[in-house]
Design a protein around this ligand. Structure first.
Ligand SMILES: [Zn+2]
Length: 89
C-alpha cells in the first residue's frame, strides 16, 4: 500500500503590504483629488492639514499635496477635475 500523503498545496499568502500611512496618503489623495479644499490631516504627522498646490502644465494638472508641519508631500499626477473650467464672460 502506498499512501500518497501529499500536503495540499497552498498558495503563499499574497497580502499587499501597504503601510497604514500609505493608505492614509491614498485616501488623502482621493479626497483632495475630488476637492482640493478638503481639510485632510497630514497622514504622516497628523499635526496639520495638507495644503494643495495645483500645477498646470500643458493640458494636464498635477496636484501637489504637502504638509506644512513635517514637509512630507505627495503628487497626484494628471488630476481630472470634475468641475468644468470657469469661463470668463
Ligand atoms: Zn505632516
Amino acid at each position: 500500500m502506498s499512501e500518497d500523503n501529499k500536503a495540499p498545496e497552498r498558495a503563499p499568502e499574497s497580502k499587499l503590504e501597504i503601510s497604514a500611512e500609505s493608505q492614509r496618503w491614498l485616501k488623502a489623495g482621493i479626497a483632495l483629488g475630488n476637492d482640493p479644499k478638503a481639510l485632510v490631516l497630514c497622514p504622516a504627522c497628523g499635526k496639520a492639514n495638507l495644503e494643495v498646490i495645483d500645477a498646470h502644465a500643458g493640458g494636464r494638472l498635477d496636484r501637489y499635496i504637502h504638509c506644512p508641519s513635517c514637509k512630507k508631500y505627495n503628487v497626484l499626477t494628471n488630476v481630472v477635475s470634475q468641475k468644468p473650467p470657469t469661463k470668463e464672460p
